[in-house]
Ligand binder design. Structure first.
Ligand SMILES: [Fe+2]
Length: 319
């Protein structure tokens, strides 16, 4: 089925529903574990389209320049990287993040963790490790890109699982290069010069209304506009840059812009461009916010236990 500009709609959108998760496509046999030419680790694709596991990288020991260059090359190529189980202290996570660039100090300072303002802790446990029944941030359940509500947006995000659920609480990633490439020529022309206004207060209020931003936090993070079609500053490839923080479109009637954003957000997510990750404790995932959207999935915060430490590295002003 085609949408009104001749683009192929994802199956879920054809059925009038939000895109839904489909388990990861299986990588082709030739995509199994490989030793890449000069990389000091083996690599295993996580799905047929994006994501790779780096095998044999011990982040606890620290990352020297040779290793970091290889990780960075893999990051640009695979967009989402998984590191095997390790007991990574908070300071080591921040240290690793700093290799990528300046680390964001999140405006929602109630989430700062372990004495590190660079870490944002998503936990449903109380101080005794008992589930509170309260989800720590329901805004993460919608597809988004971290920090798109800032002028300088997020480059890498690094998640580390201290405690993982046995059911639900997955993280899903979708390739926005592929999403752009699948747009029809008419859609590409239509959105080529449009800019969306991203607003953290909008997305939080709309999704849950819990822990509203204070007036000072809102003042600190006013809405900002970004191109809907972004050129990745390092790969030079075009991708869709939108997600749940996008509120309206500059120069367009508010409701018309809202409808366009909703349509594009739905069109951007394709099951076969998505990798779905089920967490184990001690795993770390790193991804490129400039060309990937992500979301968490629901879990029962009254019975499940989930503690994730997040660190986001600042990138650049999108163009
Ligand atoms: Fe996020």
């Amino acid at each position: 089925m085609l949408n009104r500009l001749g683009g192929q709609l994802p199956i879920a959108a054809q059925e009038g529903k939000l895109p839904t998760f489909v388990r990861n496509p299986v990588p082709e046999p030739e995509m199994q574990v490989t030793s890449s030419t000069n990389w000091p680790f083996d690599i295993r694709p996580l799905s047929a389209h994006l994501g790779a596991e780096l095998i044999g990288v011990d982040l606890v020991q620290g990352v020297d320049d040779v290793l970091f260059r290889a990780i960075y090359a893999a990051f640009l190529k695979h967009q989402v990287l998984l590191f095997g189980t390790q007991q990574l202290p908070p300071g080591r996570q921040v240290e690793f993040a700093r290799r990528f660039g300046e680390v964001q100090i999140h405006v929602m300072n109630q989430y700062h963790a372990d004495g590190y303002p660079e870490l944002y802790r998503l936990s449903n446990l109380d101080e005794n490790g008992i589930p509170t029944g309260k989800h720590p941030d329901r805004g993460t359940l919608a597809w988004h890109t971290d920090g798109s509500w800032q002028r300088v947006t997020g480059q890498a995000t690094i998640l580390y699982a201290e405690v993982a659920t046995s059911e639900g609480g997955e993280t899903h990633f979708c390739d926005m290069y592929g999403a752009y490439e699948r747009l029809s020529p008419a859609w590409k022309t239509r959105i080529a010069n449009l800019r969306a206004v991203h607003n953290l207060n909008f997305s939080r209020t709309r999704r849950h209304g819990e822990d509203p931003m204070t007036e000072a936090q809102r003042r600190e993070r006013p809405p900002v506009d970004h191109p809907i079609v972004r050129t990745h500053p390092e790969t030079g490839r075009k991708c869709i840059f939108l997600g749940d923080h996008a509120e309206y479109i500059q120069g367009m009637d508010y409701e018309e812009g809202r409808a366009l954003i909703e349509e594009l957000n739905a069109m951007a997510v394709h099951a076969d461009l998505t990798y779905a990750h089920r967490w184990s404790p001690g795993q770390l995932i790193l991804w490129d916010n400039r060309c990937v959207m992500h979301r968490a999935t629901e879990y029962d915060p009254a019975t499940q236990r989930r503690v994730i430490r997040r660190c986001t590295v600042l990138g650049e002003v999108p163009h």
